[in-house]
Design a protein around this ligand. Structure first.
Ligand code: ATP
Ligand code: MG
Length: 348
């Protein structure tokens, strides 16, 4: 329903005709994550509460300093850029200073670059402020963050700070206390699917339902990964079905893992072992295998008590693997315990 106007590149002033501008020429070479990076709040999928709060800020101006924290690929950088675009429009070029982990962001940068920018005079409408975007702020050193404390306050009548990070604990307390903390969560499968479908239609991708299901399964709530996997499969194979997706993503096929778990349910340890040994031989990392087993188990069609027992065992094995005991024996031990659980809890 929202007509994703991803093709509008430089803002509304460039639209000369009432027809949609032709998108292909300038953007056809772009990776889809950039080509379909949302430009307005309406196009951002998920985390609706936070996004709508920011939308209100962007209408009224006078935003607080913000920190957006959350897992990778869920739209943190995108949101901050949308906010800057909505607040500043055409003045965005001179009124936004964007620094990310690829820039030098030590204490000197804070002292020189950020301070200089904050002192610069830019004429903006009332209620609008210059914005310093500190992307991937969790990689800033403590010293640099300390240097930011007073700067944030001194220039608060002209400049606002927007920080994005994966790990909010890495932002020092005093900075957190000067900012509104907004937390992003992973996107749900339905949210991923809606955007992926949208891109499929726009790019004329040939797909099957199980292919898109596989894209969503492998992305684990990360929109960037979903779009990248979609594009890789489309470019590599020309057709998005589950087989091709799992080839591109190089993950154990969930159907195989499901089969293995169902064999445990029926107590057939030798067949289940064959599958896990096969996966091991193919060279999958034990962490990936156990993560995959967990995700498949969550959707397994067995009774609730049995599923809970299974998840407990899988979790304990995951713990041991993370601690370094990551042999094939560990994984086959898990299968044996699952068989025992199925026997004691009973299948229904
Ligand atoms: N909520 C979303 N709605 C629509 N597209 C999204 C969303 N989140 C991510 N994307 C897509 O994924 C790409 C990467 O998103 P973005 O750069 O905002 O991630 P991020 O949260 O900043 O991740 P990181 O923590 O790795 O920096 C975007 O260009 C966009 O195409
Ligand atoms: Mg980012």
């Amino acid at each position: 329903m929202e007509s994703m106007d991803c093709e509008i590149i430089e803002g509304p002033s460039t639209s000369s005709s009432s027809q949609k501008p032709k998108p292909k020429n300038s953007k056809s070479h772009l990776p889809w994550i950039e080509k379909y990076r949302p430009l307005t709040f309406q196009d951002i999928v998920g985390n609706e509460d936070t996004v709508s709060r920011l939308e209100v800020f962007s209408r009224n101006g006078n935003t607080p300093n913000i920190i957006i924290a959350g897992p990778p690929g869920v739209g943190k950088t995108t949101t901050i850029l949308c906010l800057a675009r909505a607040l500043l429009g055409p003045s965005m070029k001179e009124a936004v200073l964007e620094l990310n982990a690829s820039n030098e962001r030590g204490i000197d940068t804070v002292r020189n670059k950020i301070k200089m920018f904050a002192q610069q005079k830019v004429t903006l409408p009332p209620g609008r402020h210059k914005i310093v975007v500190l992307d991937e702020a969790d990689s800033m050193t403590d010293g640099a963050q300390q240097a930011l404390r007073r700067t944030m306050e001194i220039y608060s009548n002209t400049t606002r700070f927007a920080l994005a990070c994966n790990n909010s604990e890495k932002i020092i307390e005093p900075i957190q206390s000067r900012c509104a903390m907004l937390r992003y969560t992973k996107l749900t499968d339905a949210q991923l699917l809606s955007k992926v479908l949208d891109v499929c239609v726009k790019e004329n991708v040939s797909y099957t339902d199980d292919g898109l299901e596989a894209i969503v399964f492998t992305a684990q709530g990360d929109m960037r990964q979903a779009l990248n996997n979609l594009q890789s499969t489309h470019n590599g194979f020309g057709h998005v079905d589950s087989k091709n997706v799992f080839k591109v993503c190089d993950e154990p096929h969930p159907l195989l893992v499901k089969k293995m778990l169902m064999q445990c349910v029926s107590g057939d340890i030798s067949s289940a072992y064959k599958i896990i040994a096969g996966l091991w031989k193919l060279g999958y990392a034990p962490e990936d295998i156990i993560g995959n087993i967990f995700r498949v188990c969550k959707g397994l069609d067995v009774s609730e008590p049995l599923k809970l027992e299974f998840i407990q065992e899988i979790g304990l094995t995951h713990l041991k693997i993370v601690e370094g005991v990551n042999s094939l024996l560990q994984l086959s031990g898990l299968l044996a315990r699952l068989c025992l659980k199925a026997k004691s809890v009973g299948v229904n």
